[in-house]
Design a protein around this ligand. Structure first.
Ligand code: FES
Length: 275
């Protein structure tokens, strides 16, 4: 069974796109924090992508992806009406949502879209959700309107100051934690250095910190070991034990080294694809 693309939107032309995919079974079961693994065609790489939103009534899921290599470039070449060979999911453990007075959800880059589904889950549980989102500049900021729809507060940081605070999401987080003692949890999704910096900021405050790891994945069901990471000194598989873990316990240096280990091959594959 192939999966039809019902809607495609280039959020940042040539760089980040959103797809609404017809996947009723996945939409009926997907929970915040879940992801899918898709394969464009028979020879396609298996690409893990967090579910940014779902609409069980319409039978759709929404994914947002950054064009970083050959597979994402191929995915970005698809248009509304085209089909994806397989979409496997929902995978991973759903977000553990507890009742807190306030939850801060931090998102950076494409991670903002993934964070959106989790923030929604916290909102639906009755938590006061403060979204802190960041990008290099205003044009690269995603999902601000969507988050505005249900988050009572959306704080923005851009590197160049084109909108919101000029600086990093961690500056806003630090200030908020100093002023607001009602924060029960901080959730961070985005580039690894951002999640690492968030965990560094929250540590002195002793606030529960959850990060979502974007490890390299192959099967997504705990068999291949490609997504292994070290959390609290123990080996975990991001696909079945996560993807969310305690940010204070993740070995971020190992995660970065593992994420970059195939960079040369990825570049070669992209150059070959462009020819
Ligand atoms: Fe294979 Fe997680 S992707 S074990």
């Amino acid at each position: 069974m192939a999966y039809k693309i019902l809607q495609k939107q280039e959020l940042i032309p040539g760089q980040t796109s959103l797809l609404v995919i017809d996947a009723p079974q996945i939409a009926s079961k997907a929970k915040p924090g879940n992801f899918v693994i898709l394969r464009i065609d028979e020879k396609g790489e298996r690409v893990p992508l967090t579910i940014a939103d779902k609409d069980p009534e319409a039978g759709t899921i929404t994914i947002v992806f950054l064009v970083v290599g050959k597979s994402s470039a191929q995915l970005n070449a698809l248009q509304q009406g085209d089909e994806i060979l397989d979409v496997c999911g929902p995978l991973g453990k759903p977000t553990h949502i507890e009742k807190h007075d306030t939850v801060i959800c931090v998102g950076g880059g494409t991670g903002i879209a993934a964070m959106h589904h989790i923030a929604k889950g916290h909102h639906e549980a009755g938590n006061h959700v403060v979204a802190i989102i960041g990008a290099r500049s205003k044009d690269l900021l995603l999902f601000e309107c969507e988050l505005d729809g249900f988050c009572p507060e959306v704080l923005v940081a851009t590197d160049d100051g084109s909108v919101g605070h000029k600086g990093f999401v961690t500056d806003l987080l630090q200030k908020r934690l100093e002023e607001d003692k009602s924060v029960g949890e901080v959730v961070a999704i985005g580039p690894v250095p951002m999640m690492e910096a968030v965990a560094r900021v929250t540590k002195p405050f002793g606030v529960k910190t959850t990060v979502s790891l974007n490890s390299i994945m192959v099967d997504g069901i705990g068999m291949c070991g490609a997504c292994r990471c070290t959390v609290g000194g123990e080996t975990k598989f991001a696909c079945v034990d996560g993807p969310e873990f305690d940010g204070q316990k993740v070995d971020f240096n190992e995660l970065k080294a593992r994420l970059w280990q195939f960079r040369d091959q990825e570049q070669e594959s992209m150059e070959h694809y462009k020819k």
